[in-house]
Ligand binder design. Structure first.
Ligand code: SIN
Length: 490
């Protein structure tokens, strides 16, 4: 049962042009608590017509919003930031209930998401162009940064607050207006966030949110892809969907930011501090039950420290408490849905059938609470022939691969079409620079498992996508560069 101290945060309609509205056809989408697999709320199940109305509103709001002085946009973002923090506990409860993240982590997510809003509020006032040295006497060469226009943000379920905040905040800071569609599993957090934006004084049409079921999502997204007024799409999710967006937005050549699938390697060299490496792996692998794009999917441990590392890791993993997000002791909540937990079980079964050994976990648990729980798992003797080595498991499973030399492990780590994050532990400064440069990923954690921060550029290379979120680069992705050449000044 979800009870909030501010019950109006629980919205069930779309926000379009400053008004809360049902879907045009009146359809509803049930929202499920993954802890029990039971529906506890419902929201609008929108279609292409609703998506077009949202785009109309965002396009109409764009001229005035983009002309507002940066300081005013920044002030509105700061007010939004303050309201998010004021409602931290309610927002965390919504996140936990619709996504299954333990409450403690959900509170952390609110802080994390809010940090992007604050960061971009500050960055809004630092947007600058250039004045280029004159090439010809009597001419001035100037470079301006301008907002791209209407932005479509399509966000995932694994961080229902942080991902939408880190897309909407830079868009608004740059002077863009937004149409957004949160994941069908977790629409409530996005709607609550939009309601807070409205309370902060965001003008009508600047932020529009449309919710839709899995069946209706293609209609909503395709309406935005076909709309020439939508100048940018920002998406976090799977690589196949990212490729679809890239193909379908080609007709109107939209700017794209795609934060797609990962298959992160986590390498423990023989000179590593093993306790620090275990801490780093616990933080990066088991956060959000392993349902994180940047979480390690393949753990490579040097032969000479392998057994020691596995023993230390298994002790920690075996002690993790699995349970509903609302249980104070819970460290691993339910997985998001049946498809997710089935995939984890399939990966573990496939690995075991190909020679992996379960050290701890390896099975579904707490079935009396609900069907989506999976025990935190350590597998050894993992090999590249196993499904979990080439596909993201997106669950609390750490498969350990044994390696013997640096060149071999770098080759294996890079042997994937994906390139989002990588991690390694070593105390040899020469190796640190060699390996950091050799890894083909957008982000590298060196002796560190928690790498994401509002001040850092988050994003991948290869089939993990392009564009960056967070940092000054995250703001640049919502602007284009305009060159002015003024003559006859001599
Ligand atoms: C993600 O899973 O894509 C986001 C994770 C993060 O921001 O740390």
């Amino acid at each position: 049962m979800l009870t909030l101290s501010e019950p109006t945060l629980l919205r069930s309609q779309n926000l379009i042009d400053g008004l809360w509205r049902d879907a045009g056809l009146g359809a509803r989408l049930a929202v499920t608590d993954p802890a029990t697999a039971e529906a506890f709320a419902n929201v609008a199940d929108s279609d292409a017509g609703d998506a077009r109305l949202a785009a109309d509103a965002a396009a109409a709001a764009f001229p005035a919003w983009s002309r507002r002085p940066a300081r005013e946009r920044a002030q509105l973002l700061k007010r939004w930031h303050a309201l998010i923090l004021d409602h931290q506990e309610d927002l965390a409860r919504i996140i936990s209930t619709e996504q299954g993240k333990p409450l403690k982590e959900a509170r952390g997510e609110v802080q994390y998401g809010a940090s992007y809003v604050e960061w971009f509020a500050e960055e809004a006032t630092r947007i600058c162009g250039d004045i280029v040295a004159e090439a010809v006497p009597g001419r001035k060469l100037l470079v301006l940064k301008e907002p791209v226009g209407v932005v479509a943000a399509i966000t995932p379920w694994n961080f229902p607050l942080a991902m939408i905040a880190r897309k909407i905040a830079p868009a608004l800071a740059a002077g863009c207006t937004v149409v957004a569609k949160p994941a069908e599993d977790t629409p409530l957090t996005a709607l609550a966030l939009a309601w807070l934006a409205q309370q902060a004084g965001m003008p009508a049409g600047v932020v529009n949110i449309v919710t839709a079921s899995r069946e209706h999502t293609p209609g909503v997204v395709d309406a935005w892809l076909a709309d020439s007024r939508v100048r940018k799409v920002t998406f976090t999710g799977s690589t196949p969907v990212g490729k679809h967006l890239a193909r379908e937005s080609a007709a109107t050549l939209k700017k794209l930011s795609l934060e797609l699938g990962g298959n992160a390697p986590f390498i423990v060299f023989d000179d590593a501090d093993l306790d620090a490496a275990v801490d780093g792996l616990m933080a990066s692998k088991f956060r959000n039950g392993g349902q994180t794009c940047v979480c390690p999917n393949r753990v490579y441990v040097h032969d000479t420290v392998h057994d020691d590392f596995v023993e230390r890791l298994a002790r920690r993993v075996g002690a993790l408490h699995v349970g509903p997000a609302t249980e104070d002791a819970a460290q691993i909540g339910p997985m998001i849905n049946a498809r997710a937990v089935d995939k984890i079980a399939r990966h573990v079964e496939d690995a075991v059938s190909r020679g992996a050994r379960v050290v701890t976990g390896g099975k579904r648990v707490r079935s009396a609470d609900g069907p989506y729980y999976y025990a935190p798992t350590v597998l050894v003797d993992a090999t590249p022939a196993m499904e979990l080595s080439c596909e993201e498991t997106f669950g609390p499973v750490a498969p350990i691969f044994r390696f013997r030399d640096e060149a071999e492990v770098i080759r294996d780590a890079n042997d994937t079409p994906f390139g989002l994050a990588a991690y390694f532990y070593s105390n040899d400064i020469r190796r640190i620079w060699r390996v950091a440069q050799a890894l083909e990923t957008g982000m590298v954690g060196i002796n560190e498992g928690a790498i994401a921060a509002e001040a850092a550029p988050f994003g991948g290379v290869k089939e993990s996508g392009y564009g960056r979120e967070g940092s000054r680069h995250g703001l640049d992705d919502y602007m284009h560069t305009k060159y002015l050449c003024q003559g006859q000044l001599g």
